[in-house]
Structures are given as C-alpha cells and as structure tokens.
Design a protein around this ligand. Structure first.
Ligand code: PEP
Ligand code: MG
Length: 603
C-alpha cells in the first residue's frame, strides 16, 4: 500500500475512550521485526540457551520497571496486566518449549522462539471468543519484547517523548501504554486490537482517548502529520483540510461543552418528565473501575463480570482471591448494591488448567452456568466468596445462560448447600441475598413466567439474546450488519420478559450493550425496564435522554414501533423523535457516525 502524504484521509477503527483530540502524529511503528533463522552446531546449544535465558531475564526486568512506574503513579489497579506478561515469561508452553526446541533442533533462539509463538498463536486463533482471542496479542507483545532483547534492538522510548503527540503504532503493549506520560501522549491509534484488548482496557482506565483496530493507520500516517482522533466514533482524520479541521474544532468545542453540561446529570435522578423512575447502574469487569463508577454517579453495579478473576493466571482463583475482589466492590459501591455474576466463560480451552475439550460450537457449548453445574467444586468456591462478601454490603447473585427451570433449581440447591456450610462454620453472610438470572437464551424468554417464580430478579443480556435469537455470531465481522437491537423480534422478546417479570412482581434489568446506547433509551423506557446497566461513559448521556421524555411518549413510541416491520423503520421513527428533542446530538454528527458504521459494514 502506498503512503499518501498531505492528502486528507479518513480511517475508521474502534473508538475506545471518548474525546476528540487534534494534534501531531508520532509514528512508533512497531510492525513485526524479522527474526533471523540459523542452524547451529550442537555444541553451541548451551550458549544459545543461555542467550535466550538472558533475553527473557532482560524482558522481565523491563516489565518490572514499567510496573514500578505504574505503582509510582498510583495506577496500581493496572499492574495486573503487566503481571500477566511477567507470568507469560515464566510460561512452560513458551519458555521451556523454546529452550527444548533450541536443544533438540540445534537452531538459534530467534527461530526457536518464532516456532513456539506460531504454535501458541494457532491455539488462540481457534478460540471463538472475542475476549480470549484478543489475549493472543499478549503473547505477541511478549514475543516481540524477547526478540528485541535477543537482537539487541533499541527500545523506542515512549517515556522519552518531549512534546505533545498522538502515538500511532501497529500495536501497543499494555506496558507501552503504561509508560505513556499522560501530559505528552494526548491520544493513540493502533492498527490492531479490539474493544476488550488489554491495551483498550488500559486506555479507558487511564482516560486516554484512543482508536484501536484501525487496520491501516501506520500505512497512511507519518510522524508530524496533523491528526484528528475521535475516540467516540473511532474516526481518525489524517492531514485534515482547513475545512474539516474547522468542522472538528467546532465539534470538539461542542462535545466539550456537552461533556461539561452532561456532568450536571451526575446527581440528578434518572426519571422521566412525568416521574417514571429507572435505576442507572454500571457494568464493570475490574475492581479498579469502582472510583470511575462513583464519579459517574451510578446507583450501583448492575453487572460485575467475574471472568477476569479466572483469566491471566495459571491456576484457579482461591476462595480468598474471589472474596477480596468482591469485598472491595461491595464496600466500594455501598450503600448501593452490587450484582455479581458467576463465571461466564466461552471457548474455555484457554483455561488450560481446566483441561476442557475443544468444541465445535463454543457459544452453544459448555459455557457459563452449564460449566458451573458440571464443575460444582469450582462453582462452590465462587459462591462461598460471594456470600461471604454479602456480610460487607448489599450483594445480588446473578447466574448467566439459564435456559430452563431445572438449571436454576440445581443452582439453588448448590447455593443452599453452600449456605449451610457457611452457617455450620459460623461464617457470616446475608441470608436474604437476592438471586437473579440473565435472560439471554430465547428459551428463557418463552418460559419467563415460569422462571420468574424461581428468582428475585431478571437481567436481560441483549448481547447474547440477539446473537441466539437472530442467529448472528456476535464475534463474526461478516454478519455484524445483521446484529440489530431494534429488530422487531428483539423488541417483542424484551416486551414479553418485562411483562412476565412484572406479573410475577419481580424487577427486570437490562445489562447488554443495548442498555447504554442513547438511541435505544426511549424504547427501553417504553418497554418498562426497571434498571439499565451500562459502561460508565454512557451514564450521563442516558440520563439526559430519559429526563427529556415523558413515559407516555416512550410508550407511544414502543406501540408504534411494534407495528413496524423492519429495524430500519423503527430506527427512523426513534431517530426522528430524538432529533426533535436533541437536534445537535442526533443531527449531522449522529448521521455521520451511522454512515461511517455503514461504510465499515460494507467493507
Ligand atoms: C449479554 O450477553 O448481553 C451480557 C451482558 O453478557 P456478556 O456480554 O458478558 O455475554
Ligand atoms: Mg451474555
């Protein structure tokens, strides 16, 4: 691909942290480095192994230094990512096998490392889970670091950057991100990476506007190029014309003004003009997100995904590991409640210590509660810790992927055994802890009335419910355009769940991505959800919208939508209503965003 200079280019990636940044590019092209491949005499293998071990040790030293820096900056919560990398440097699959390859094949370290990295890569490529797949990049980052140390390459020093820049890189490791001086690096853009990559998580936590997965940024951008990075829409403009620059400066001012105005919603109740009250809650994956949750005025944690506790480690988390994490979350969010979800992992092959079989169809396989009911001992460890945490604040237990009443009854039976065990040991817990289920499998919708008799609350997981009911793989790029939250079928499913829940007198929340998307809010209010749980960045916007509608208007929108035939027709209806109330937010800028998404879909 030809580099195009000084011509305005639009690049579309995945927006990670909202904010428009205008600045100069600093190309830190860390594209793959070539590893030399040499055969060595057998007598040289001990020196070669020693050379490899030195490079591994040097890599560990560098990571420990990056970790020190984070600790120094009180970004302690993020050091776990570097710990993951340090752990990989101890990994038998990578380190010992590479040494074995050097000894057995009489080849140089770089070549042996490359062979073993490729082998691990293949294993990860076969995993059908976006989150786990993105862990492949952790291995790449470690491989590249060892390779650079083997080859004595100068490390590009992000921390030595002297002026304000926007970093553009093929990829950035979490260690690179951690080293960014926040006053110098105003934003970053990478070719690869997804929403759930560690680098994205790090950027969100450090609140650095970023666009990942742009695919082509390093092809088009040179150091010194003028750049506009829109961390909300995922758009990067390279060498913008004077007109586009003006437009973005205006847009930036508009957004900054909007952000300032939005802050007022922090402490305002989430209620419609005619007093219909919903709870706005936060989705979290890490304990470290609690300060941000509080800053955004969430009324509790609506979904704490506990998968992270099981990832990035060689063994299973102990009851104490679970307990410490839950206790921090529960105490941090008190007096509000924390909904903690039990393990929901798909494509479980990653958890090598669990030795699970490969599956043809992991999304429909042994995931979530099915796994917990099979591995009861592992399940009980988590349940004990959750109940113990309930002695320190309000905890609600949430069980994922329930498809029928038998499963929830089995869960309750096990939970009772755990309760009895704790009581016998004299360990305190709240005996009235509520239990709820995720409604994310179509069968659960169909029998929602039956399930509602078994539990205290429902939480609708639209990410999976849409996947299973529309038969759209949520991680397959080629069908994302069919992933339609406003599909009439989805609206009917949500309507039926809410009706069943309310008839049984229980509350119903939504915690899939749909719940935090401003466009869907009037519909979700009209559908009478009691709670909406979302990414913290969405909270102010959602409150703003819901405070501008009457409940009657929302119900009318739903009534009209349910008579329409296609997602497009429903979207037009909702958008027209939003545009009347918020001409700025849902005007041209919003269209532009949809258009770019369209463009991305059509690629
Ligand atoms: C969902 O499916 O909507 C959900 C919230 O769960 P997850 O995204 O973790 O599968
Ligand atoms: Mg789900």
């Amino acid at each position: 691909m030809q580099r195009e200079m000084k011509k305005t280019q639009f690049i579309k990636g995945i927006g990670v942290t909202p904010g428009i940044i205008i600045g100069k590019a600093y190309l830190l092209d860390r594209g793959k480095i070539e590893a030399p491949a040499r055969v060595i005499p057998e007598s040289h293998t001990p020196q070669e192994v020693a050379r490899f071990r030195d490079a591994v040790e040097e890599s560990k030293k560098q990571l420990r230094q990056a970790k020190e820096k984070l600790l120094h900056e009180e970004a302690t919560g993020l050091t776990y990512i570097l710990d993951t990398h340090l752990l990989l440097l101890e990994d038998k699959n990578l380190i010992d096998n590479t040494i074995e390859t050097i000894r057995q094949s009489w080849i140089n370290s770089e070549w042996a490392l490359k062979i073993n990295l490729e082998r691990l890569h293949k294993i990860f490529s076969n995993i059908d889970d976006e989150y786990l797949k993105s862990r492949k990049t952790d291995i790449d980052h470690i491989g590249e670091r060892i390779l650079r140390n083997l080859m004595g390459e100068d490390k590009e020093a992000i921390h030595q950057i002297k002026e304000e820049v926007i970093i553009v890189s093929h990829d950035l490791s979490p260690a690179d991100t951690a080293q960014m001086a926040k006053d110098k690096v105003t934003a970053f853009v990478t070719d690869i990476g997804g929403k759930t990559s560690h680098t994205a998580i790090m950027a969100r936590s450090l609140e650095i506007p970023a666009v990942v997965g742009s695919e082509t940024a390093t092809h088009y951008i040179n150091t010194g190029d003028a750049l506009i990075v829109d961390g909300m829409t995922g758009v990067v403009v390279v060498n913008p014309s004077a007109e586009i620059l003006r437009e973005y400066v205006e847009r930036q001012k508009g957004r900054q003004k909007m952000e300032r105005e939005l802050f007022q919603y922090r402490d305002l109740p989430a209620e419609t003009l005619d007093g219909y009250r919903v709870k706005v809650l936060a989705n979290i994956e890490l304990v470290e997100e609690i300060p941000s949750v509080l800053q955004h005025g969430a009324e509790g944690i609506g979904l704490y995904r506990t998968e992270y506790l099981y990832l990035n480690r060689k063994d299973l988390p102990s009851e104490e590991d679970h307990f410490q994490a839950y206790k921090q979350v529960v105490e941090g969010i008190s007096p509000h409640a924390a909904v903690i979800r039990t393990l929901d992992i798909g494509g479980d092959k990653f958890l090598s210590h669990l030795e699970l079989a490969e599956e043809m169809n992991p999304a429909m396989g042994l995931r979530a509660v099915r796994f917990s009911l099979k591995e009861v001992d592992i399940f009980k460890v988590q349940l004990r810790a959750m109940l113990r945490a309930s002695a320190f604040g309000k905890v609600k237990l949430l069980f994922p992927m329930i498809s029928g009443a038998t499963e929830i009854r089995e869960v309750k039976k096990i939970l009772n055994e755990v309760r009895l065990g704790l009581s016998a040991e004299g360990i305190p817990f709240d005996s009235r802890t509520e239990i709820g289920i995720m409604i994310e499998v179509p069968s659960a919708v169909t029998i929602a009335d039956i399930l509602a008799r078994e539990v205290d609350f429902f939480s609708i997981g639209t990410n999976d419910l849409i996947q299973y009911s529309l038969a759209i793989d949520r991680v397959n790029e080629s069908v994302t355009h069919l992933y339609e939250p406003l599909h009439p079928a989805i609206l009917r499913l949500v309507r039926d769940v809410v009706q069943a829940a309310h008839q049984a007198g229980i509350r119903v929340a939504m915690c899939g991505e749909m719940a935090g998307e401003p466009l869907y809010i009037p519909i979700l209010l009209g559908l009478e959800l009691d709670e909406l749980s979302m990414n913290v960045f969405s909270i102010f916007r959602v409150k703003k919208i819901l405070r501008s509608y009457t409940h009657r208007e929302c119900k009318n929108l739903v009534r009209a939508s349910l008579h329409l035939s296609t997602p497009g027709e429903i979207e037009d209806l909702v958008l027209a209503s939003l545009r009347q109330k918020f001409p700025e937010e849902f005007g041209e800028d919003f269209n532009y965003r949809l258009k770019l998404n369209e463009y991305k879909k059509g690629e």
